[in-house]
Ligand binder design. Sequence first.
Ligand SMILES: *Cc1c(COP(=O)(O)O)cnc(C)c1O
Length: 400
Amino acid sequence: MSNRETYTPWTQEYRAETRAAQGDGWRCPTTGAVPPPVSMGATFARDDQYRSPAGLAYLRDQGTPGYEQLEGVVAGLEGGSDALVFASGMAAATAVFQVLPAGARVVVPQTMYFGLTKWLLEFGPQRGLEVVRVPMNDLDAVSEAVNAAPTALLWAESPANPTWLVTDLAACADIAHRAGALFGVDNTVPTPVHTKPFELGADLIMHSGTKYLNGHNDVVAGLLVAAPQPTDAHQALWERLRLHRRLTGPILGPWETYLLMRGIRTLYPRMRQISATAMTLAQHFDEHPLVSRVAYPGLPGDPGHEVASRQMTGGYSGMLSLHVAGEWQRSLRAAEHCELFIRATSLGGVESLIEHRYTFEGPDSTSPKDMLRLSIGLEDPADLVADLEQALERAAKDVL
Ligand SMILES: *Cc1c(COP(=O)(O)O)cnc(C)c1O
C-alpha cells in the first residue's frame, strides 16, 4: 500500500508554490503524520504469497518510499512528466552522458559547472564520446558545432557557473531540434522559481539538489526531470536512465531524501528573498571603486541581461561574482577578511558563501584570478554589504 492510496488526493491542480509547501499533500499512511516518515529499510518483506505490499524490494532497485513524493513534487515544479532522484548532481548529470551510445557526439558549454567539464574531459573520450565545447552565448558557434556532424545532445547551463554567462535556452532548443539532437539543461542555479526550461523547449532537466532545492548545506543530491510530453526518443532515454540508476546504484539514502523534501517546502520564499538580496548587493558593488566588475545577469549593464530578462521570471537567482580591483591577490585577501561570508565551496544555502574559484579549482582552472564567487543566503542584506565593504577596504590596504 503506497502513501498515495491512503492520503486524500487533492481535487484541484495547485500552483507550484503550493505543491512545494505541502509536498503535494503526502502524509504517513498509518498515522497521518504530516509529513510522511523516514523509512530506513534497505530491503522490504514479502507476504506469504511472496508479494511486495508496496511494490518495493530493495533500496537500490526502487529507492525508498520517500522517492515517490520527492520525484512527483520536483517533476511538478518543473512541469515535467517524471523525475529520478540521484545521489548527487554529478551522478544525475553523468548518468545522461553514460547512457548515450558509444561514439555519441555531445556539444557542451565552454563555461559550466567545473566537475562536469572535468568528467567529460577525463572519461568522455575513453567512452567514445566526442565532446565539443562551445561558448554558449555565441549562437552562431552553437549552431555550427551542432550541425558540423550528427549530434546526440546539446547541454546548457544558465546562468553558468562561475561567471554567470547567460545562454538563450529557447534559441538553443531550436538549434538542437532542427539538427535532431536532444537538449538538456542544468537548471540548478535559476531553479524552477526563476526559469522553466521545458517551456523553452528543453528535453531533459538536471538539478543538483545539493544547492537551492535543499537549501541548507546539509545534503548532497541530484535529480533528472523528464519532458512534459515524452516522445519515443525521450521515453527510450528515460528507461535507460532508470535502468542505469537501478544497476549502478547512485541512489539517495532515506534520510537525505527526507531532508531534501523538507528543504523544497520553502524553496519559493527562499528564492524570492535570496534573489532580492543578490540584486541589492550587485547594485551596491556595481561601479564601486574597489570592484572592477560585477557579473550578475540582473544588472542592466551585464552582457546577459536582455536574454536573462526574457527567460527568467521573478529574479535572477542568488549567484554573483565580483572582480576585485587592483592586483589579483587582493581578491584572496578580501575573502580572508570576511566574517559573515563563509569561505566555502558550494552554493544555494541559507548561509552566504564566498569563494576564490581559481584557488579552489587549481592549475586547470579557467576562472579569472581576480574573481570572487558569492552565493547569497538569507542574512540581512545590510549586514552582507557591510561585511564585504570592510573586507574590500582592508584588502586594498594590505601589503601584498
Ligand atoms: C553543484 C553543481 C553541480 C553538481 O552537483 P553535486 O550535487 O555537487 O554533485 C552541477 N551543476 C551545477 C550548476 C552545480 O552548481
